[in-house]
Ligand binder design. Sequence first.
Ligand code: AMO
Length: 429
Amino acid sequence: MDIKKTHDIGTLGPAMKGQKVTVGGWVEDLRELGKLSFITLRDVTGVSQIVVAGPENLLQVKDLSKQSVVLVTGAVQESKARDFTFEIKAEKIEILSRAIHPLPIDPLGRLESGIDNRLNARALDLRNQKTASIFKIRHNVLLCIRKVISDNGFLEVNTPKIIGSASEGGANLFSLKYFDKQAYLAQSPQLYKEQLTLGLERIFEISSFYRAEKSHTVRHLTEFTSVDIESAFMDYTDVMEILEKLIVAVFDHVEKNCAEDIKNLGIELKKPQAPFERVTYKQAIEELGKQGLPLAFGDDLLDSHLRKLGEIHPGFYFLTDWPLKLKPFYIHEKEDDPIVSKSFDLQYGYLELSSGGRRLHDPVKIKARLVEQGLDPMQFEDHLKAFDWGMPPHSGWGLGLDRLMAVLTQIDNVREVVLYPRDPERLFP
Ligand code: AMO
């Protein structure tokens, strides 16, 4: 059985008239009109019309089910059909794999399927052009992120996901048996990325992380992709600028490279402008007070508060200088106002996309903060050792890639932009 194509459909055009090609793809449509049949054949790069004639070939495709996979050899010719500029006149057709109907979803989207049905048949859902476009965009976003962060002098690293003690401290950890020991799935590369600044100065990681949170929202997953950076000799405002540059670059890159996919999604990109607004926590609680949502300094911002702030600041903005007590043990205080921290979240309206800050690099201070937060410094012994080996001052952030993708594609539910999302209910496929 022949299985190789000579061309992707997207590389063909009317200028190749007369050229013999072999294309492979799946049958999106089949119209049988007696002496001729027309197949709409799609591969990942494009779509073409196949003209089938002659008794042997007509018999081959008779009643061929949609979504079946075929290999077609024939000559390119101009097409008179309204939707096609060229077509392929089939000489040889091989059916490589038949799709058995009824299929669980209609990938053409003519019959609407709910998100659960589509996720249950995710592989087939990717034959829907809208879904495929989301993941083509995601690929481009990742390419751009790697390039921009690398160009800023950061080195890509891989830290362990099976870990012996909590990285962020406290709850939300998935635990697993590691032979005869207790292990956990990493919630974040936080401790490793900080340690790595000691020798590599500027590092980044793009990876899955795990949170055992029973959150049933459109923005929480138990397995999410995080883009993390950490840099020695930078303060929190420096890494905020990198984040802002990165977000702008991602939108530019998608605009330049994914025009077709943006069109498939039926949206217009909402390109942000730098600099993003900076709103301090103090300003935010004043704004909320004026809106009838009074808060005292040190109160956490609940969903209702973030929704209101999102109405006031609908695009990208930084929420900075949070009360120190609301932040993890590794966050640095402001030297001139120690109840305030050198920290920030990047928001898109109500949605938190990233958080970060300047980190403590003095082990004595870190131990004190651990105790203050009810954590046991002994549990962090391995981590704290590195702080006695000449740890440079450092700052960084973690950016939720899935949430950024949701914002970029203007889709509310992060499940739509993750191939096989994991949430408290969903473990298969
Ligand atoms: P944080 O816990 O705020 O910070 O996470 C950083 C970003 O990751 C994304 N995110 C999630 N996305 C989907 N589902 C989840 N359950 C989920 N949890 C987090 C969010 C969030 O803003 N170590 C720090 C980062 C740092 O300081 O460098 C951290 O993990 O977009």
